[in-house]
Design a protein. Structure first.
Length: 260
């Protein structure tokens, strides 16, 4: 463990310096220490990605450093994915979408690569795809799982709307939705509140949950975000005096993007 922590500290330094040869050397050292490619992803690449995101959100690194480090991580993650051990197909399928942005796409790509190595049939749509197009893909591909990764705070209402739309349209009644990463990792219970069937903080946890709970679905009582707005429509209208004295409450609680 101490050796891995030392590697990680050295790895951070190479990323912030943009030193690609030195970063590759550290990955090679990790292989020599006996770590498999998936372990290197989770013990080097993933914590480095999370640290870069945290430092960038708190304005401790600038945009150039953030982009350079993120792209270096993506290059290494691509190379490591080629060395994943592969298992037989498990006859399960997944569509992965995410928020636009280099870190969000990297986390979603790592999740995609790991799922594919473990036998899933995966389609990775990436970030910035409109909800109606996601629904169209689900209708065409009929995946068993929709993975929503790395949602930024401003996109939470769109994720809730997507889940509502999928239920309303009924295009894939057995579809299971799992949210991971992004603001869901920083706001406890938010994934459940917007109607996600499952939540996981990282790819390993996500794939394990999907394996253990393939039939778990959210309940109507679970989705609290947006409920006040719907209940308010059916409640008796307040008197004009009370209405003037009581300002309306927003339907969704605020999310602080900088919360660690």
């Amino acid at each position: 463990m101490a050796a891995t922590e030392t590697l990680l500290e050295r790895f951070f330094a190479t990323l912030f310096a943009g030193d690609r040869p030195a970063a590759r050397t550290i990955v090679a050292e990790a292989f020599e220490s006996g770590l498999a490619s998936e372990e290197i992803i989770m013990q080097l690449i993933w914590p480095a990605m999370e640290k870069i995101q945290t430092l960038y959100r708190s304005d401790n690194i600038n945009t150039g450093t953030h982009h350079m480090a993120s792209r270096l991580l993506r290059m290494l993650a691509d190379q490591l994915a080629l060395r994943f051990e592969r298992t037989e197909r498990n006859n399960r399928s997944m569509l992965v979408v995410c928020s636009p942005g280099e870190p969000e796409e990297l986390g979603a790509q790592i999740t995609t690569d790991m799922a594919e190595a473990r036998g899933w049939d995966v389609h990775f749509a990436g970030g910035g795809v409109p909800n109606d197009e996601i629904v169209g893909w689900i209708g065409q591909l009929q995946p068993q799982v929709l993975m929503v990764y790395g949602t930024v705070p401003s996109a939470c209402p769109m994720v809730r709307q997507l889940i509502d739309l999928l239920h309303d349209v009924g295009i894939s009644p057995k579809l299971q939705v799992i949210c991971s990463g992004g603001v869901f990792n920083r706001a406890d219970g938010l994934a459940e509140e917007i109607g996600s069937d499952l939540f996981a903080s990282d790819p390993i946890s996500a794939l394990q949950l999907l394996k253990e709970h393939p039939h778990k679905r959210a309940t109507p009582e679970q989705q609290t975000v947006g409920r006040k707005r719907r209940v308010k429509k059916t409640a008796p209208a307040p008197s004009s005096q009370n209405a003037a004295e009581s300002p309306a409450k927003p339907p969704m609680h605020a999310i602080n993007a900088d919360t660690p």
